[in-house]
Design a protein around this ligand. Structure first.
Ligand code: K80
Length: 450
């Protein structure tokens, strides 16, 4: 590997308490809220086919009109306590809230720009109310911050001229000032979720960004920052020139989930996911597939089974309401978590061969192993392959610990867990499997000669 000044400053996973807490969350909530919720994906009767929070970039949306929307922003229905309560009932352990998206509108009264909630009819600090409400529910708060800021005069996506560079220096100072301001105003923040860091102009700022990251981490010891924040001095993002991850967890899994444990390269990671195909901010007319709670629970469990966190996005409307579709899904996920949360919280990857019926998770403290079943085989026989020297002794339904499910040995290190539900299975369910570590008994199985 080569020597880098602004590459990864740590190899391997962080082992401190704050990061252990982060690793054990399992389920998080993303909130995308801002002035883009007012048009909600439409403008003068026209339907915007893109992601609602990007409507300002739509050729049909006059920039002037968008940039004046904040003068109408007065979400009277906004109730931070209600949002936090709903997230608690869903089972979210952390929340990531947009403080400022690419449009540059600040949901907190920043003193570094007038384009903030303080200058809207609503006036009050939205971030402050959300931080207090989620803290009160015991849900850890993380702040989303977009480096891209279409409102700031010094913002550039690339630096072509000396004038660009001069302007961009102001933008860099502004960016730093806002981040320091956020951590000063909201010291209970556990981490920053950066977005909009792919511009060439920002990629050239390896030294500045590295120094800024150091300064922010100094302000809140243990602060957690993902791999999307900065590039190294060779313009490499997420992974530096030596292939080492920059930041505390990988932020590459946006609307996608790794397939195998090899895909995560031994790093912590989060998957951030939308309920429709690709809407983060509020769009009043979702098109295409809207995910069901079964799909979202499977994504959650799949993420946990591969040592990641799953963060589900909510896009409140211009009035401050969480829309009915999201409320319904939050309740369905919460009902499932009420019964099955122990397969998510504090759990991670079990190195048993993945089977078709679903996913294994294991509690990192207790070693308790779970089979989370999504696909019941017609035979009722759930195949389980165990490592050498491991023997499954007992299996029972998490919901009925007295249930005793038959385990049949069918081959060396291979078993059928026989379970035929009495009633049709409508939601994923969990079988706890207990094992004994036994010495290798050769057993009577013969390998085929081929
Ligand atoms: C191409 C693209 C740019 C920005 C995004 C932003 N990242 C998500 C977390 C949302 O904030 C979305 O606007 C998504 C796709």
């Amino acid at each position: 590997s080569i020597t880098l000044k602004h590459g990864a400053h740590r190899l391997g996973k962080r082992t401190d308490k704050q990061m252990q807490t982060w690793r054990n969350y399992g389920l998080g909530q993303f909130i995308h809220w801002g002035v883009y919720a007012i048009p909600g994906g439409h403008w003068e009767g026209k339907y915007y086919p893109g992601a609602a929070e990007w409507i300002r970039s739509w050729k049909e949306m006059p920039k002037e009109a968008y940039d004046n929307l904040y003068k109408q922003f007065n979400p009277e229905k906004f109730n931070a306590r209600g949002w936090a309560k709903q997230a608690k009932e869903m089972g979210a352990k952390y929340v990531i809230i947009t403080t400022k998206h690419h449009d540059g509108f600040c949901l907190w009264p920043s003193k570094y720009t007038d384009y903030t909630i303080a200058k809207s009819p609503y006036k009050k600090d939205i971030i402050g109310q959300l931080v207090d409400a989620y803290d009160a529910e015991g849900i850890d708060v993380y702040l989303y911050f977009s480096i891209i800021d279409w409102n700031h005069p010094g913002y550039r996506s690339s630096l072509k001229t000396e004038a660009d560079r001069k302007e961009y220096e102001d933008f860099k100072t502004f960016t730093r000032n806002q981040l320091v301001e956020l951590l000063e105003r909201y010291p209970s923040t556990k981490g920053l979720w950066f977005d909009g860091s792919w511009d060439k102009a920002w990629i050239e700022q390896a030294e500045f960004a590295d120094e800024l990251g150091r300064e922010l981490r100094e302000m809140i010891p243990g602060l957690i920052i993902g791999s999307r924040f900065r590039a190294d001095e060779n313009g490499n993002r997420h992974f530096d020139t030596n292939g080492d991850m920059m930041g505390d967890y990988e932020q590459g899994w946006e609307r996608k989930i790794p397939e195998t444990i090899e895909d995560i390269h031994g790093n912590d990671w989060d998957c951030v996911m939308t309920i429709p195909e690709n809407q983060w901010g509020y769009h009043s007319d979702w098109k295409g597939h809207v995910k069901t709670s079964n799909e979202l629970i499977e994504m959650l469990v799949k993420s946990v089974s591969l040592d990641g966190n799953f963060v589900l996005n909510f896009g409140p409307d211009g009035e401050g309401n969480i829309r009915p579709e999201e409320t319904k899904l939050a309740a369905e996920i919460g009902a499932w978590m009420d019964v099955n949360k122990e397969v998510v919280y504090g759990c991670g990857y079990l190195d048993w061969k993945k089977q078709d019926w679903g996913y294994y998770t294991v509690n990192r403290e207790t070693g308790k192993k779970y089979m989370v079943v999504f696909n019941m085989p017609v035979s009722g026989a759930l195949r389980v392959k165990v490592p050498d020297n491991t023997r499954p002794d007992k299996a029972y339904l998490l919901e009925q610990p007295e249930s005793d499910i038959t385990i049949e040995e069918i081959h060396r290190n291979e078993y059928f867990v026989h379970y035929k539900p009495m009633t049709p299975v409508k939601k994923p369910f969990v079988i706890v499997i207990e094992t004994t570590e036994s010495d290798a008994d050769e057993g009577h199985y013969q390998k085929a000669k081929t």
